[in-house]
Design a protein around this ligand. Structure first.
Ligand code: S3P
Length: 180
């Protein structure tokens, strides 16, 4: 089997900081930052909420798998995934092949506080978003943990501290003794 490419794949629930922390990690490591939601939007020519509203979640998930597949030849990237990317077994396998899979975890309270800052997430546009988030998180937690090779709990960290923890894990995984 050939060696895995040198990528960092960030997984985690909505609001776990995958994009913000991923950008910091990429900048500090000299890697490219990629975001599967952004790839989907670029390819579909419509926003995530519009895809959900007009084509439904399954179509979104198909586009998500296509976006992950399109990354196969990349290396030296930080790849932020959508919160539901790990739900499909095929995606989990693809993400593992892409690089080091790091889970950004956070408590339910912290996640809710973070996602409440905007209304960009169609799955949380319910009558009781707090309850929806709790139920989704309970249903997904095990999947995230099983998919991850390394976990960073971001609940009490600044983005910079979380980025430090991701970089330390990546350096160990890539067997880098010092900076890249
Ligand atoms: C989703 C998370 C979102 C986006 C879509 C579905 C999910 O990404 O992919 O709204 O199922 O958890 P973020 O985790 O970047 O918010």
């Amino acid at each position: 089997m050939s060696a895995r490419p040198t990528n960092i794949v960030l997984i985690g629930f909505m609001g776990s900081g995958k994009s913000s922390i991923g950008r910091i990690v990429a900048r500090r490591m000299g890697f490219q930052f990629l975001d599967t939601d952004a790839l989907i939007v670029e390819r579909a020519g419509r926003s995530v909420p519009t895809i959900f509203a007009e084509q439904g979640e399954e179509k979104f998930r198909d586009l998500e798998t296509g976006a992950i597949e399109s990354l196969a030849q990349h290396s030296r990237c930080v790849i932020a995934t959508g919160g539901g990317a790990v739900l499909r077994e095929r995606n989990r396998a693809l993400l593992r092949e892409l690089g080091l899979v790091v889970l950004l975890a956070a408590s339910e309270e912290v996640l809710f506080e973070r996602v409440s800052r905007n209304d960009r997430r169609p799955l949380l546009q319910t009558e009781n978003p707090r309850e929806t988030l709790g139920q989704m998180l309970a249903g997904r937690r095990e999947v995230y943990e099983a998919a991850a090779e390394h976990v960073v709990d971001t609940s009490h960290f600044t983005h910079r501290q979380s980025a430090d923890a991701v970089i330390a894990a990546a350096r160990r995984a890539f067997s880098w003794k010092t900076g890249p």
